[in-house]
Design a protein around this ligand. Structure first.
Ligand SMILES: *Cc1c(COP(=O)(O)O)cnc(C)c1O
Length: 395
């Protein structure tokens, strides 16, 4: 069957139709190829496949039809030439760095990235001679000033967690181009359903598929998307070092992508409703959500995203003990640091996700003791609002 319609298809069609590799059985839902290796028809074919002179599967550390379906689908949705699937989001970031950086190279990274990403850069990559500077996500002049002749990579995550600061992706891409370095965006919070960094000039998109791409908190996985040339390098690292995605997880993520657009709409509309409610609540000091017109990232997010996403945070009028009482009084929301799930989650960043930061670093990052983060799920909005009321009654 020819699939010419994919060339002009919209993102929701691509989410459902891209990457299908139907077998002779005619299965409608994608098959899971639970196999580590593949049988060759002849010694000649085996030699050609191993040498890379003939396309086809060799070994599932780096070629698997189910993983391939996920790779083609996420690449199509992000508008990239190719994608490489990885065992986790952290494996996606590590593989990108190991494939594209060498000792002596320099990375400029936004200060507000996922905590484990900071540790990867500061503890492990530095150990191998990669230098890292951290800058404010939103201050383009800091990025420009941090660039050195050794800078190979600019890395950011937008919107930021948990304060929803928004990076100017096109502005950062222009700085990267002018300085001849690569620009990677961790697109975990928006997903391609809301934001497509490659179309704004980024070179690489990184995902923790563990979050919204799955959407129901079942599997760990990641992906890197970009040009064929860059992805060949990343796949070379996966082939050699092995942080590969399992076929079962790839199948879950491919099925997750089919409903991603619908889910992101409801995550966003539920979050908008909660943010508006919190923003005028007598017991709330400040609400952080880019969908609120008063948020500093509002105009930029409205320009480069199609909706504002599912994560928000707010400071209660009170101290850490009040926050803990609030969280302990909620019944519906799950107390967990995970996000991107149909189930709404609630967490106290200062003592969990950002608990490893020094008091000084917490202050610099704006993580106050009275801050609560909610990753808004897909439940009925009335039930979510009622749960917040239980929290407020306790402080
Ligand atoms: C969770 C997360 C990661 C790491 O992904 P894992 O799948 O947990 O390894 C990276 N970036 C962001 C923004 C995340 O939220």
């Amino acid at each position: 069957m020819t699939e010419d319609f994919l060339d002009t298809a919209g993102i929701h069609t691509l989410a459902i139709r891209a990457g299908i590799n139907r077998t002779a059985e005619g299965e409608h839902s994608e098959a899971i190829f639970a196999t580590s290796s593949y049988v060759f028809n002849s010694a000649e074919e085996a030699a050609a496949r191993f040498a890379g002179n003939e396309p086809g599967n060799v070994y599932s550390r780096y070629t698997n039809p189910t993983v391939n379906t996920f790779q083609e689908r996420i690449a199509a949705m992000e508008g990239g030439e190719a994608a490489v699937a990885t065992a986790s989001g952290m494996a996606a970031i590590l593989s990108t760095c190991m494939a594209l950086l060498k000792a002596g190279d320099h990375v400029v990274c936004s200060r507000s990235v996922f905590g484990t990403t900071t540790v990867l850069f500061s503890k492990y990559l530095q150990k191998f001679g990669v230098k890292v500077s951290t800058v404010s996500l939103t201050a383009l002049n800091e990025w420009q000033a941090a660039i050195t002749p050794d800078t190979q990579l600019m890395f950011c995550e937008t919107p930021s967690n948990p304060l929803c600061h928004v990076a100017d992706i096109a502005g950062l891409a222009a700085i990267a181009k002018a300085n001849n370095c690569l620009f990677a965006v961790d697109n975990c919070f928006c997903t391609p359903a809301l934001q497509k960094p490659l179309s704004l000039g980024a070179d690489i998109v990184i995902h923790s598929a563990t979050k919204y791409l799955d959407g129901q908190g079942r599997c760990l996985g990641g992906a890197v998307v970009g040009s064929q040339q860059l992805m060949d390098e990343v796949l070379g690292f996966i082939r050699t070092c092995g942080p590969s995605m399992s076929p079962f997880n790839a199948w879950v993520f491919s099925k997750g992508l089919e409903t991603l657009g619908l889910r992101m709409k409801v995550h966003s509309s539920n979050a908008q409703a909660l943010a508006e409610y919190l923003n005028t609540h007598a017991k709330v000091e400040t609400t952080y959500y880019a969908g609120l017109p008063g948020h500093p990232g509002h105009a930029l997010a409205a320009k480069q995203q199609s909706a504002f996403g599912g994560v928000l945070s707010f400071e209660v009028k009170g101290d850490q003990a009040a926050c803990w009482r609030f969280i302990n009084a909620t019944q519906l929301m799950s107390l967990t640091a995970n996000l991107g799930d149909a189930k709404t989650t609630i967490v106290h960043p200062a003592t969990t996700t950002h608990g490893r930061l020094s008091d000084e670093d917490k202050a610099a990052a704006g993580i106050k003791a009275n801050l609560i983060r909610i990753a808004v799920g897909l439940e009925d909005i009335e039930d979510l609002l009622a749960d917040l009321e239980r929290g407020f009654a306790a402080i």
